[in-house]
Design a protein around this ligand. Structure first.
Ligand SMILES: [Zn+2]
Length: 305
């Protein structure tokens, strides 16, 4: 049997991307460009390939009706809506417990009221992970977390951002600590919550997200997939809305080295994502994360009896 693969879309709006690198911006009440371009493009891509996905939404974006309507359309088309926090706060690992609790709980409540589903999955913005996160998610009723980035590059990347001085007005504390960076790639339970780490490359543990696939090309992506499939490891593939959108007329404050990833024509990006999803489907069974998490938690409970 082929191992499972999970297709995750982090629905970072244009305001969220800009706020990571520059002054704080507010959401566009008439509809964020990345949402209104990127989400329909993602849904068309998934429908064409007949695969399910999980959309991780920043719940304050869902308070804008045009976004909520797109999320409801995703649900109707068989996809899962999960939480990507309420405000896309990038230092969730170091905020006071009350703030963490509020992001986790309020996000769930907003998704319930705007989309009409109870989210069971969570991804922290910037993969900002701390041991407090799983217990708060469990308390709030989530079943799984997919925030852990099992790579030792997390802390150096965090320091580099600080050294290079991103001009963000918001605190930036992405990724987890050193121990989380060397953590196991396999999903595991933390309390009654399932932690599903995002996938990284085999040896160097570099990010294996869609953005890097756009940059690194077919052979590296395929070798990462084969390596995971051969070992029976689940594959978690993270797409961001920017990976689906035209950014040629946007003056994005992203680092110079990332321009090759983000500044390709939208048609080319979508075609490359379509190819990459096809390669994933060759080696893995693409399944919905919430359904797999439920069956995996049941299996682990039975094994423990
Ligand atoms: Zn994000």
């Amino acid at each position: 049997m082929r191992p499972p693969a999970f297709i995750h879309v982090d629905c970072d709006s244009l305001w969220a991307v800009r706020s990571c690198y520059g002054p704080m911006e507010a959401s566009d009440p008439s509809g964020d460009r990345f949402w209104t371009e990127g989400v329909p493009a993602a849904l068309e891509l998934f429908q064409g390939l007949g695969i399910p996905a999980t959309l991780f939404a920043v719940s304050q974006d869902l308070e804008i009706e045009v976004h909520a309507a797109l999320a409801r359309r995703a649900v109707e088309e068989g996809h899962e809506i999960a939480s990507h926090s309420h405000t896309h706060i990038m230092d969730l690992r170091s905020v006071p417990l009350e703030t963490l609790r509020c992001e986790v709980n309020h996000s769930r409540a907003v998704i319930e009221s705007t989309v009409g589903v109870s989210p069971v999955g969570f991804r922290s913005p910037g993969f900002s992970w701390s041991p407090d996160l799983p217990s708060e998610l469990e308390r709030a009723g989530y079943l799984y977390d997919s925030s852990l980035f099992p790579s030792p590059w997390g802390p150096p990347l965090r320091w580099m951002r600080r050294l290079l001085g991103t001009r963000s007005e918001r605190p930036q504390r992405p990724y987890g600590g050193w121990r989380a960076g060397w953590g196991n790639r396999l999903p595991r339970t933390l309390g009654s919550l399932l932690e599903i780490p995002v996938s990284v490359t085999p040896r160097l543990r570099l990010p294996a997200h869609a953005s890097f696939a756009l940059l690194r090309g077919e052979s590296k992506m395929r070798s990462t997939l084969h390596w995971h499939a051969w070992r029976g490891l689940p594959f978690v593939w993270v797409i961001h809305l920017i990976d689906l959108c035209d950014t040629s007329d946007l003056d994005l404050p992203t680092p110079r080295w990332s321009k090759g990833m983000f500044c390709q024509p939208a048609d080319r990006k979508r075609e490359r994502l379509r190819s990459a999803l096809g390669w994933i489907a060759e080696d893995f069974e693409i399944v919905r994360t919430d359904r797999w998490a439920r069956s995996e938690l049941d299996r682990l409970a039975d094994a423990g009896d």
